[in-house]
Design a protein around this ligand. Sequence first.
Ligand code: R5P
Length: 265
Amino acid sequence: MDWGMENRMSQFFQPDGHCFFLAVDHGYFQGPTSCLERPGETIKPLLPYCDAIFVTRGVLRSVVNPKQTKPILLRVSGGTSVIGKDLANEGITTSIEEIIRLNAMGVGISVFVGTDYEHESLINLSRLVNKCEDYGIPVMAVTAVGKDLGKQTVRYLALSCRIAAELGARIVKTYWCEDFDQIVDGCPVPVVMAGGPKCETELEVFEFVYDGMQKGAAGLTLGRNVWQNPHPVAMIRALQAIVHENYTPEKAGDLFNSIKHEQQG
Ligand code: R5P
C-alpha cells in the first residue's frame, strides 16, 4: 500500500484494527433530520469519542472547527431527496480538488445495487476510486437501500459489499443482519456497520453492534442511534467500549447507565 493511503487508513483504523465513524451526513438527502438540525451542536460533545466524522462539505465548512484534528470522511455523493422520485439516482457531488482542499482523509459514496440506477452508481464508485487512488485517498462505499429497508438480507448485503470491494472501495459500509459473518467472509476489505433508524432500546443497539463485531465487522459508521438518543454521550462511550474494548452488551449497558447517572447527578 502506498504511504499516503496507508497513513490515511491508519488514521481511520486504530491499532486494534477497529474504527468508529460518527455519521452526521443525513441532511444531504433528508434535510434537517431530528436532533441534527444544528449539526455543530450535535457533533461537539461527541467528537472526543469517535475516530472520524462522516459529513458533507457544506456542514464541514459551516460548523466544524478546522482546528479540530479528527479525520474527516467526506460524503461526496448526492443529488436526490426523500421527497424526490428516486433516492438511488445519485451523482458525485464533490471534485477531487475540493476533497484535497478540505483535507479529507477519505470519501464516502452510496451504491444502489438492484435498483434502476445500479449501473450509474457503480460506475460513479469506479470513477471516484480512479480519481482518489491517484492521491492515496480511500473510498468507502455505502451499500444503500434507499427507502427499501426490506432489502437487508444477508444475500443482498453480501452481494452489494462484494461488488463495491471488487470495484475498488477500500472500506464498505453496510447494515447489520443475521449471519453477518457471511458478509465479512465474502468481502476482501473492512466492513463497517451503519445503524439505521433509532432502535427502541439501547440494549438492542449494543446487541447488534456486539454481534457484528464478533462476526468480523471492523467497526461502525453510526449516527441516529447515537445522537437521537436522549443521552448521546453515554451512548457513544458505551458503543466505543464495544468497538475498541470488546465490551459485552450487558457491560456496555452498565457503562451507559453509569455515565447517564453521572451526567444527571
Ligand atoms: C445514510 O446513508 C447515511 O449516509 C448515514 O451515514 C448512515 O446511514 C449511518 O447513519 P445511521 O446509523 O443513522 O443509519
